[in-house]
Design a protein around this ligand. Structure first.
Ligand SMILES: O=C(O)[C@H](O)COP(=O)(O)O
Ligand SMILES: [Mn+2]
Ligand SMILES: [Mn+2]
Length: 546
């Protein structure tokens, strides 16, 4: 059990953690939608309350290197668990580096399954080096290994990124990869890209927000339905011509065909690897492949395949049963230990981030701990630049009601705006997104004051803080050929804030800035605010008790 602190009895009211998704602290205001936003409440918080910067990227959140940006999965894992675990990106690259992945039963079954059928392995996944959901080097290693093991045919179904990497960078990946596939093919081995499309258009929906995307992905990858091209390079060029101004993540589907016949439909006896390591956007398509009875859309045809995920995407639901690399086993999360103390906990977000503030927060656990209440506000199903306020007001409503109910000692929520609108690359919309969060924050803080509580206001990684690619030399926004600024849709490497909103302790509490402090220091800080020592496994608290 967590011990009581001897020096501090804890806050009388609730301790509320507010995650402003995608709200980083940039080095320069140039290109920052946050700096451009009118945000009186946030400005007041930074001017008047204790606040520090937390590391939210790279090794501080379990990524392979400090060149890797943070993301919502690893960020919420670190916040909720109070610890840093090596994450999917690092685990897969280590397993490939050591060769352990090839010895595992899942890879061997994939190869054996293909050989027992037509000799075909399909690899479906996000086609970039973003390292948030996948890495193209992992795909390359698997194609090489498949050939070495005597597999005859490889078909790749490439989801174009432009969201974790520059927004129109698809050809930077497709052209060299098609060249690589050309070189490695021959002598009875044939590896080609067979289908694909923008990741926000097909296949990679999450949290049941829009199954129609997955339906479209199935029709593209499995049934081979869609506009036909001779190869993926032609497809990207052709789709860009037909849909001017559309960025990679939103490009429609394409199918590679020969003599009018798609070259890579999925058939009985094939093997299929979904090569993303991250779970949120992998679960729905995985379900379509592994569930015998399935009612989310009409699959038309349900090929009997040997299916594996790069990781297991949901440990509780064992989805999928076959996976190439074991996910991190996250233990002793704050949710679990607060539950053991009998502390009632409330978690809320809108659909797009609901799993982040529940499942990821609790160490990739889909069930609730005793005493937890979760509330999901349904997200709009529109391009978010069209509704940048998203559901911030409704999340605030839910939080205020939960605070006023007096039932909960800790509450947490995620405002998705800075991140989801940041990913669109639309500066003006991102500015409005930040303003929407500011308005909602003001309302929640009022309710916290009335309940005698405190808030920790933070973020899981940056995004809206850099809306343009900056020129490395001039530090000014980089330009497209037509003179417009190059939009940046990806997360940033910037630190995030941690503000202690405290009108209760009379100045007794503060925050300690250290060189290494990061998201994993938040759980212990919450424990201290509740009047408890941290769990032995958690990273240190940054709370100062004067
Ligand atoms: O899935 C996405 O939308 C992006 O790749 C990463 O964003 P997230 O980590 O904030 O979800
Ligand atoms: Mn996020
Ligand atoms: Mn994001």
């Amino acid at each position: 059990m967590l011990q009581k602190l001897s020096t501090f009895a804890g806050i009388p009211g609730p301790v509320v953690t507010i995650v402003m998704d995608g709200y980083g602290l940039p080095k320069t205001d140039v290109g920052s939608a946050i700096a451009a936003a009118r945000k009186p409440t946030l400005d007041r918080l930074f001017a008047e309350y204790p606040n520090i910067r937390l590391r939210a990227h790279g090794t501080a959140v379990g990524m392979p290197s400090d060149d890797d940006m943070g993301n919502s999965e690893v960020g919420h894992n670190a916040i909720g668990a109070g610890q840093v675990y090596a994450q999917g990106a690092a685990l897969v690259s280590n397993a490939i580096g050591s060769g352990d992945i090839w010895q595992g039963s899942a890879w061997q079954e994939i190869v054996a399954g293909a050989k027992a059928g037509r000799g075909v392995i399909h690899f479906i996944g996000l086609f970039s080096d973003g390292n948030v959901h996948s890495h193209i080097d992992h795909l390359k290693a698997m194609v090489e290994r498949a050939k070495a093991e005597g597999v005859k045919t490889v078909r790749i179904h490439a989801l174009l990124d432009g969201r974790d990497v520059p927004e129109t960078s698809a050809l930077d990946y497709v052209v060299p990869f098609e060249a690589f596939l050309g070189e490695i093919s021959g002598g009875g081995f044939d590896a080609r890209i067979a289908s694909g499309g923008g990741r926000q258009y097909i296949t990679m929906d999450r949290y049941d927000a829009n199954w129609a995307m997955v339906d479209k992905g199935w029709k593209t990858h499995v049934l081979g339905q869609g506009p036909q091209f001779a190869n993926a390079t032609d497809a990207v060029n052709g789709l860009r011509e037909r849909h001017p101004g559309t960025i990679d993540q939103d490009l429609p589907e394409f199918v590679i065909a020969e003599n009018g016949q798609p070259i890579g439909t999925v058939e009985d006896g094939d093997s299929v690897v979904f090569f993303n390591f991250r779970g949120d956007r992998a679960i729905e398509i995985t379900r379509a492949f592994v569930e015998a009875s399935f009612d989310k859309f009409d699959r038309v045809r349900y090929p009997q395949v040997t299916f594996a995920g790069m990781l297991q995407y949901d440990g509780d639901l064992q989805l999928p049963k076959r996976f190439l690399v074991a996910p991190p086993a996250i233990k002793d999360t704050s949710g679990e230990w607060f539950s053991k103390l009998g502390i009632a906990q409330f978690a809320c977000s809108e659909t797009q981030k609901f799993g982040h503030v529940t499942y990821f927060w609790n160490g990739n656990r889909s069930g609730k701990f005793d005493g937890e209440t979760w509330q999901e506000v349904p997200s709009d199903v529109v391009p978010f630049e069209q509704r940048p306020w998203m559901k911030a007001a409704e999340i605030a409503d839910a939080m205020i009601a939960a605070i006023q109910s007096g039932k909960y000692k800790t509450l947490r929520c995620n405002f998705a705006n800075g991140d989801m609108v940041g990913h669109t690359g639309n500066f003006e919309a991102a500015r409005i997104a930040v303003e929407a969060v500011d308005l909602s924050l003001a309302r929640v803080l009022k309710a916290i004051d009335a309940a005698g509580g405190v808030a920790l206001i933070t973020a899981d990684h940056g995004n809206a803080d850099e809306m343009f690619e900056l020129d490395k030399k001039t530090k000014q926004p980089a330009m497209n050929k037509d003179g417009s600024f190059k939009a940046k849709t990806a997360h940033t490497l910037n630190p995030v804030p941690l503000v202690l909103y405290d009108n209760v302790s009379g100045g007794k509490l503060g925050l300690q800035q250290t060189e290494t402090c990061g998201l994993s220091n938040i759980a212990a800080t919450i424990a201290n605010l509740l009047g408890y020592e941290k769990h032995g496994q958690w990273d240190d608290s940054v709370l100062v008790i004067k």
